[in-house]
Design a protein around this ligand. Structure first.
Ligand SMILES: *[C@@H]1O[C@H](CO)[C@@H](O)[C@H](O)[C@H]1NC(C)=O
Ligand SMILES: *[C@@H]1O[C@H](CO)[C@@H](O)[C@H](O)[C@H]1NC(C)=O
Ligand SMILES: *[C@@H]1O[C@H](CO)[C@@H](O)[C@H](O)[C@H]1NC(C)=O
Ligand SMILES: *[C@@H]1O[C@H](CO)[C@@H](O)[C@H](O)[C@H]1NC(C)=O
Ligand SMILES: *[C@@H]1O[C@H](CO)[C@@H](O)[C@H](O)[C@H]1NC(C)=O
Length: 187
């Protein structure tokens, strides 16, 4: 059972545990880049907003993955502005003990396209995914690629931020598809 799991004890839950064995139920919830979290209503916040494009409205996107192969048929993408250089961030809140981040990796050289993502949880770096330069031949997309996961979180509210461009500080492309978190509920 994940560390930090705590089930609030009330007379009612004690009674239930007496009748049934104690059980924690693990559920995965997906947060789509566009539609957000169906259970909490939380949505990603994209900064700077004008650096991000989404699959539904962009006409000159750097990259154009197949909607049919994307989760919920949506994605968001950004290339880091370079003059001046700023990272492009995507932030969302969730409550869970594990987190999985899925991106579309885009290998099309005309968009040039390093892959440079740093993953923050509650303001702390928890990992990164960097390909500099990209190490796959020009002309392919890799869909639903797990670029980060952790299963060592406490069951409380967390803030996740994907930061694009922080490691290499050069032009890099991110195509965010969705994240999943594991939510624990107790009988
Ligand atoms: C949640 O999804 C991940 C993969 O995204 C999987 O490895 C894990 O087993 C799933 N957990 C549950 C409780 O379904
Ligand atoms: C993006 O995240 C980085 C790292 O936390 C931070 O330094 C930067 O200010 C953030 N940028 C925006 C526009 O939120
Ligand atoms: C976003 O769209 C604008 C024009 O609508 C374009 O100039 C920019 O390159 C696009 N950025 C990405 C990352 O696709
Ligand atoms: C990469 O592929 C795109 C799309 O097929 C093409 O337009 C571009 O010229 C290619 N670049 C190189 C260096 O081959
Ligand atoms: C956790 O976040 C939810 C909204 O997503 C909020 O309703 C709840 O009050 C928060 N809990 C704590 C302890 O901050």
């Amino acid at each position: 059972m994940p560390s930090g799991l705590s089930c609030r004890t009330t007379f009612f839950t004690l009674l239930l545990r007496y009748i049934f064995p104690v059980s924690a139920i693990l559920r995965n919830v997906s947060i789509d880049d566009t539609y957000g979290d169906p259970t909490t209503g939380e949505h990603f916040v994209y900064t700077p907003a004008q650096a991000w494009n989404n699959s539904q409205t962009c006409d000159r996107c750097a990259s154009d993955p197949d909607l049919g192969l994307s989760f919920d048929q949506t994605w968001h993408e950004a290339t880091t502005p370079t003059n001046p250089f700023v990272t492009t961030n995507a932030t969302v809140k969730f409550q869970g003990t594990a987190l999985y981040v899925y991106c579309i990796l885009s290998y099309f050289s005309q968009f040039w396209g390093n892959i440079d993502m740093t993953f923050y949880i509650d303001g702390e770096v928890h990992g990164s995914f960097v390909e500099y330069p990209p190490n796959t031949p020009n002309g392919t997309y890799h869909y639903s690629t797990l670029v980060f996961f952790t299963d060592a979180l406490s069951q409380e509210n967390h803030t996740f931020t994907l930061v694009n461009g922080e490691v290499t500080k050069t032009r890099s492309l991110v195509v965010l598809d969705y994240i999943q978190y594991t939510w624990v509920t107790c009988l």
